[in-house]
Design a protein around this ligand. Structure first.
Ligand SMILES: Cc1cc2nc3c(=O)[nH]c(=O)nc-3n(C[C@H](O)[C@H](O)[C@H](O)COP(=O)(O)OP(=O)(O)OC[C@H]3O[C@@H](n4cnc5c(N)ncnc54)[C@H](O)[C@@H]3O)c2cc1C
Ligand SMILES: *[C@@H]1O[C@H](CO)[C@@H](O)[C@H](O)[C@H]1NC(C)=O
Ligand SMILES: *[C@@H]1O[C@H](CO)[C@@H](O)[C@H](O)[C@H]1NC(C)=O
Ligand SMILES: *[C@@H]1O[C@H](CO)[C@@H](O)[C@H](O)[C@H]1NC(C)=O
Ligand SMILES: *[C@@H]1O[C@H](CO)[C@@H](O)[C@H](O)[C@H]1NC(C)=O
Ligand SMILES: *[C@@H]1O[C@H](CO)[C@@H](O)[C@H](O)[C@H]1NC(C)=O
Ligand SMILES: *[C@@H]1O[C@H](CO)[C@@H](O)[C@H](O)[C@H]1NC(C)=O
Ligand SMILES: *[C@@H]1O[C@H](CO)[C@@H](O)[C@H](O)[C@H]1NC(C)=O
Ligand SMILES: *[C@@H]1O[C@H](CO)[C@@H](O)[C@H](O)[C@H]1NC(C)=O
Length: 582
């Protein structure tokens, strides 16, 4: 396939008289306008009004840049302060649908105008790709889609995309004290991004991923149709359970199966640091042997952070913290750990027995007087500056290896790790059951994590490059060929596609890391359901390199077409004026 480069194409246009004729024939020069915020607002609103046949309603859901509420609507779901600066590209419009036809209309109208649509649910994307783009774009903000219907009798819940995980947990708890759902730890994360990207939390060893419990979904496809599991077919339903929703359509809701939780669960947190007798290294060595293999009801997250030493003033050291959820009582887990994990030194005093919903609050670091309704607080417009990366570990890291890692972390200064143990149910689900491929054979996933509080380009460069240096140092200890990564830990360092190109080759660079062998099937499905690549972003699934797939056919191409057309028309206009003088 020869890539169609629109710029080359423009130079192929013959000039002079032919263009003059072209102008006369097409007679459209006056109707072509470059996309300005005003023109996009006008044509979008007109189209949406047309589509929904309800004028007052739609003008209430479209926020233009000039609108007094534009900034607050935009900022409400920004969850990484790095993308909240004056230089961050802003959308031309924020569209906030409150019923299904608004979403259908938004897709149809964005497509007909030829403008990029970014879909945002909870806004927790680590790279902000749900609300930032370097091309003109519109945000489709799903925060009004927050209905949650829990049916305890049938043990299912219908959860709209803009609901938060905290709301999901709360609504289940309202109806039943012995049901829960296995999803992320942070209560403000949105269902739309979290579930479409896989979704995991502290019950993953017992119950697997969120997507292992999705039984139906409602989605708006590129043609503006609302599809459910049956009408979308097996392939698309497979793709939106871990392949990232934004490559395939707009998720309206997921139907999920609830899981049973015991009335009493146990949590504990144990910290040891390196300057206390090297005990941290022994702890991590044993953790690698135990955490991925122990009782499936036990999830022990390990946090590793460079901190100031409390023993030697002015010195830096590494602190290792084990945070755990056990789906059972304290006595049982204390006995188990005494046998399997002596380096942890777990005693009953270290454990807290509580209800499952209180364990959700504990994991979110609320104090123990907090009531469950705190989970309904969306905590809008608050975020620190952050960078995340991910890796998978398939062989335990040796003592020598760990010691080198500690040294590197201390040298770099701020970037920490979160090790999340796999095994259990994760090893029982086949790697192609969903697009999420990181199942049997993975001991644990690493999250690289660095947060900072102050704005500034230089500071950002320091911290993001620190994370990259640690990632590079870790190469010998983690998966390779491909070096796997977790889609929900969005990281644009591992590859992006370029606007207007969206080539298969570019997409394969990050696609194989996120999806391993499942990437091919995702590409096939994407090519079938969205052949013009309207649903795209910096790391979307590319379309297959077939004979007639070029930039000019893609959704991006449409905008390029418009721009190209505009520039040709300007040239034609000049020629026209020149000809008048000849
Ligand atoms: C504080 C914090 C804690 C986290 N903890 C966990 C965790 O415990 N476990 C875990 O697995 N992950 C975790 N994550 C990562 C999180 O799961 C992902 O960032 C997830 O994609 C967020 O979903 P969202 O709807 O909030 O994000 P958004 O930024 O709104 O969306 C993320 C991506 O999904 C797309 N998308 C969003 N909504 C839709 C929709 N309705 N239809 C189609 N596409 C859509 C967006 O376009 C974007 O590409 C955490 C993130 C943060 C910031
Ligand atoms: C709106 O609909 C009318 C008739 O249905 C059509 O003539 C017109 O072109 C449409 N306008 C837009 C902007 O879609
Ligand atoms: C801002 O936009 C909202 C939503 O479209 C609308 O309801 C409101 O009237 C607008 N306000 C102003 C001042 O234009
Ligand atoms: C949420 O549920 C209410 C009550 O049934 C309904 O009126 C509303 O339209 C629903 N919202 C969405 C976005 O579906
Ligand atoms: C765990 O309990 C022991 C007492 O059995 C106590 O000395 C220790 O400080 C506790 N550790 C933590 C982290 O609370
Ligand atoms: C340090 O480790 C040694 C040997 O394992 C042990 O005898 C000693 O009590 C430990 N000291 C502390 C403070 O834990
Ligand atoms: C809450 O925590 C405090 C200490 O932080 C403790 O004293 C108290 O017993 C705890 N209460 C409950 C109900 O666990
Ligand atoms: C974004 O910046 C504004 C100031 O411009 C600030 O008020 C707001 O709290 C910030 N929000 C986030 C999420 O960083
Ligand atoms: C960035 O890091 C360098 C050294 O790595 C340091 O000299 C510089 O002061 C740092 N800049 C900021 C803004 O922290």
């Amino acid at each position: 396939m020869v890539p169609t480069n629109p710029m080359e194409k423009s130079s192929l246009f013959p000039s002079g008289t032919f263009l003059f004729l072209l102008l006369v024939l097409l007679n459209v020069s006056a109707s072509v306008a470059a996309p300005t915020p005003e023109s996009v607002y006008t044509s979008f609103l007109e189209c949406l009004t047309n589509y929904t046949k309800a004028q007052d309603q739609v003008s209430n859901i479209v926020f233009a840049q000039t609108n007094a509420s534009f900034s607050s609507v935009l900022q409400a779901y920004i969850r990484n302060a790095r993308f909240n600066t004056t230089s961050t590209p802003k959308p031309l419009l924020v569209v906030t649908p409150s019923e299904d036809p608004h979403v259908q209309g938004a897709v149809i109208c964005a497509k007909s105008i030829g403008i990029q649509l970014k879909i945002r649910s909870g806004g927790h994307d680590y790279e902000g790709i749900s609300y930032v783009s370097d091309q003109p774009f519109i945000i489709l903000d799903m925060f009004h889609f927050r209905n949650i219907t829990v049916d305890v009798e049938n043990e299912v819940a219908v959860v709209q995309a803009g609901a938060t995980l905290g709301e999901v947990y709360y609504r289940i708890w309202e109806k039943s004290k012995v049901h829960g759902f296995p999803a992320g730890v942070c209560p403000t994360v949105g269902v739309g991004g979290h579930l479409s990207g896989g979704g995991y939390g502290n019950m993953l060893r017992k119950h697997g991923l969120s997507v292992d419990h999705v039984v139906d979904a409602k989605i708006v496809d590129v043609k503006g149709r609302i599809l459910d599991k049956e009408s979308m077919g097996e392939d698309l339903f497979w793709a939106i359970r871990g392949g990232g929703g934004a490559s395939f359509g707009v998720i309206l809701s997921y139907t999920v199966k609830l899981i049973p939780v015991p009335e009493v669960v146990t949590v504990f947190r144990i910290a040891k640091s390196l300057d206390q007798n090297e005990s941290a290294t022994e702890l991590v060595l044993q953790w690698q042997q135990v955490a991925p293999h122990t009782d499936h009801r036990l999830f022990m997250r390990l946090l590793l952070q460079p901190v100031s030493s409390k023993v030697v003033k002015g010195q830096r050291t590494i602190r290792a913290t084990v945070m755990a959820l056990f789906l059972g009582g304290a006595d049982e887990v204390v006995t188990l750990m005494g046998k399997e994990f002596p380096a942890l030194g777990l005693s009953k005093e270290n454990c807290t027995e509580l209800s499952w919903i209180d364990s959700v609050l504990w994991w979110s670091n609320f104090d123990n007087t907090t009531k469950p309704d705190a989970l309904l607080d969306r905590d809008l417009n608050s975020a620190s500056f952050l960078k995340r990366k991910s890796d998978y570990v398939q062989n335990p890291i040796s003592k020598k290896g760990l010691e080198g890692i500690w040294e590197k972390m201390i040298e770099l200064g701020k970037t920490g790790f979160v090790f999340n143990p796999y095994g259990g149910k994760m090893s029982e689900v086949s790697s192609d059951a969903t697009p999420f491929p990181h199942r049997a054979g993975n001991l644990f996933k690493i999250q690289y994590s660095v947060n900072w509080d102050d704005p500034g380009v230089e500071l950002e460069k320091n911290f993001t490059s620190q994370a990259k240096m640690l990632y590079s140092y870790m190469t010998p200890f983690v998966s390779s060929d491909p070096r796997s990564a977790f889609l929900n830990y969005r990281d644009l360092d591992i590859g992006t596609n370029s606007f207007g190109k969206n080539s298969y080759e570019e997409g394969a660079v990050y696609g194989v890391k996120y999806f391993n062998d499942n990437f091919k099937r995702l590409v096939k499905i994407k090519t079938e359901v969205d052949p013009e690549n309207f649903f795209r972003n910096e790391q979307s699934i590319p379309i297959h390199p077939g004979p007639d797939t070029g930039a000019i056919k893609s959704g991006a191409g449409k905008l390029l077409h418009l721009t190209l057309y505009w520039s040709v028309m300007v040239k034609v206009g000049w020629l026209f004026i020149l000809e008048l003088f000849i």
